[in-house]
Design a protein around this ligand. Structure first.
Ligand code: ATP
Ligand code: MG
Length: 589
């Protein structure tokens, strides 16, 4: 019976598309009248059909449309469509989620006709093409998106989106904010006649209700070489110069301090203009201006802080400031020297020694601590009172006296605990390259900087001048290759750091701390940290990674095919999940 309905409707559509009438009446009357003998307008793609059932519900729904022959070859999965209800002012906004052919007449197929004619002579006429629409939202007459609560009627005309407004309302996109790229479908920017591409922004307004989304944290994930760093640089460029209120409703307006952990020495480019930007087409330039995209180097605002390690030197940005991690910081963060090697008892013993050392010794250097740990007379009482066992002490001693530490701690004149006023300053960009360091030094440096920020923000270091300073203005901490530092592994050291960051991330909105984590291995980033992140920017990645990184279901199969520049943004507080296309060029060097 359903097949007969289909047949009749198809015949009607055929008549319609060959009738050649061109005076297009109002959308409202068109979509409600049953047989409307007019040509399809360019944006029209078919009519709501009932091959089986047409329904909406609070769970699933089934909305299908006939694709007339003239449209069959044009329609792709993922395209956004609009179905004006006709009987009400609302329009249904949705996405094509399935395209199918069905046999027009099952009985015909059972007869032996098909066996008698050659395959080449069986035309598409034999079949009906149908597309299934996944409803996303209902666009009300006042221009607000609501949940889908009214059903489109059979035979209603379905069309492509015709205005930027429709897309913005349908997908609930913020009108402005931090630019991330242009809305796209299947890798192509969506263009609506005569308009610039539709920019996708992350909410960033200090005065709107709700918090700027940067303070609920971002993840940029994708396989190696798919453009994570490129995306991060273009995004961070937008962050620089933003202003935020220090409290959720009210408080001083402050610029953030941007701190970047940079394992590949790539981010100092933010200092300088991209010389190739001169060569981009004028149309692209107009798009950038029209979308309010910030570009160009930020100059002196950015400082490269290169950690000093004996025997290594930094050869990146010409202008850089050397600094060192003073051993004093181990008093606050004992895991800096513990690494991942010590078990729970050994770590507890080390913590005790560190605490006692800093209480008693006026010389707070690494050398003095090493001497203390090796001072048998000094340590006799720990052994005697069974506080630290002989074997435990042995493990601690081996760890503390590693040759490397001597090259890492207390290297010269610029301890970060004194430089802190320039490192953590309103409106500043502080980049910490680590490619020139040994693995152990990189770990110490990165964890020291990250820990200072986490403790400063959660006010665990209010007794320290740097701790009080960090609390004063917003901090955006970007960590490239984040899986190396906020790992899913479970050593004593990792557990402590993760705990610290989960606590800091939870309070990010209140304390004005934004994390931007960049990784090619989201599966290696601590689940506890990932669960604090509200915005996921997903570049090309395999399906397993897509699942783990929290990609929306309908994008999980497509993400492995995403080439450079294509990404999915999943940010429930910002918009519906969407595909966007990032800029093909870098906004800075
Ligand atoms: N959208 C884009 N358009 C054109 N080129 C791009 C785009 N994104 C990235 N690239 C280029 O591709 C290369 C790799 O990009 P990028 O370094 O950002 O990748 P990545 O994901 O960070 O890689 P890795 O995993 O090695 O850190 C770079 O040369 C970059 O300039
Ligand atoms: Mg990278």
């Amino acid at each position: 019976m359903a097949e007969t309905d289909l047949e009749a409707e198809l015949a009607r559509l055929k008549r319609a598309s060959s009738a050649g009438e061109s005076n297009a009446p109002e959308e409202l009357t068109r979509s409600s009248a049953l047989p409307t003998p007019t040509e399809l307008a360019p944006e029209e793609i078919g009519r709501v059909a009932i091959p089986d059932r047409l329904f909406i519900s609070q769970g699933e729904q089934q909305i299908e449309l006939y694709l007339p022959e003239v449209r069959r070859d044009e329609i792709a999965l993922g395209e956004y469509v609009v179905i004006p209800l006709g009987y009400r002012p609302e329009k249904l906004f949705g996405r094509i989620k399935r395209i199918a052919y069905r046999k027009r007449d099952a009985i015909d197929d059972l007869s032996e006709v098909h066996a008698l004619v050659s395959a080449a002579s069986v035309g598409e006429d034999e079949y009906v093409a149908l597309a299934q629409v996944e409803p996303i939202s209902l666009i009300s007459s006042s221009g607000q998106p609501t949940e889908v609560r009214y059903i489109p009627k059979p035979n209603t005309l379905v069309r492509r989106v015709i205005s930027e407004e429709e897309v913005k309302i349908g997908l609930d996109l913020p009108p402005d904010g931090l630019f991330l790229g242009y809305l796209a479908v299947n890798g192509e920017r969506i263009t609506v006649a005569g308009q610039i591409p539709i920019a996708y922004y992350l909410l960033n307004d200090a005065d709107k209700t709700g918090d700027p989304l940067i303070f609920t944290h971002l993840l940029i994930a994708g396989m190696s070489g798919r453009g994570k760093t490129h995306t991060a640089k273009n995004f961070l460029r937008q962050v620089i110069g933003s202003r935020y209120r220090m409290e959720r409703r009210g408080g001083a307006v402050r610029q953030p301090c941007l701190v970047i952990i940079d394992p590949e020495d790539e981010y100092w480019g933010l200092r300088e203009d991209n010389p190739n930007l001169k060569n981009i087409p004028s149309e692209e330039r107009a798009n950038l201006a029209g979308s309010g995209v910030k570009l160009g180097g930020v100059g002196e605002v950015l400082t490269v802080y290169s950690a000093v390690e004996a025997g290594k030197s930094y050869h990146g940005c010409d202008a850089h400031t050397d600094f060192t991690i003073p051993f004093e910081l181990v008093g606050d963060f004992p895991y800096l020297i513990a690494g991942g090697e010590l078990n729970e008892a050994q770590y507890a013993g080390l913590e005790r020694l560190i605490r006692d050392f800093f209480k008693r010794s006026s010389d707070k250097s690494y050398r003095a601590f090493r001497a203390f740990v090796h001072d048998d007379a000094e340590l006799e009482r720990y052994k005697e009172s069974d506080l630290i066992h002989e074997a435990t002490l042995g493990a601690i001693r081996r760890r503390v006296s590693r040759g490397q530490f001597e090259k890492i701690f207390d290297q010269g004149a610029n301890p970060i605990t004194e430089l802190y006023k320039s490192v953590f300053a309103e409106g500043a960009v502080s980049v910490f390259p680590t490619a020139h360091l040994s693995m152990e030094a990189e770990r110490v440096v990165v964890l020291a900087v990250m820990s200072m920020i986490a403790d400063g923000k959660t006010r665990l270091s209010e007794d320290k001048p740097w701790g009080r300073r960090i609390a004063q203005f917003p901090i955006v901490l970007a960590v490239d290759e984040a899986h190396n530092y906020l790992t899913a592994s479970q050593t004593q050291q990792d557990r402590i750091i993760i705990e610290k960051f989960v606590a800091a991330a939870k309070q990010g909105r209140k304390d004005r701390l934004g994390l931007v984590l960049i990784t090619q291995n989201p599966q290696d980033v601590s689940e506890a940290v990932l669960s604090q992140i509200s915005t996921r920017i997903l570049l090309g990645m395999d399906q397993t990674m897509a699942e783990r990184a929290g990609a929306p279901g309908h994008y999980q199969k497509a993400l492995p095919y995403f080439e450079k520049g294509r990404m999915v943004v999943h940010s429930p507080d910002n918009s519906q999940p969407v595909e966007i296309r990032g800029l093909p060029f870098c906004l800075v060097r």
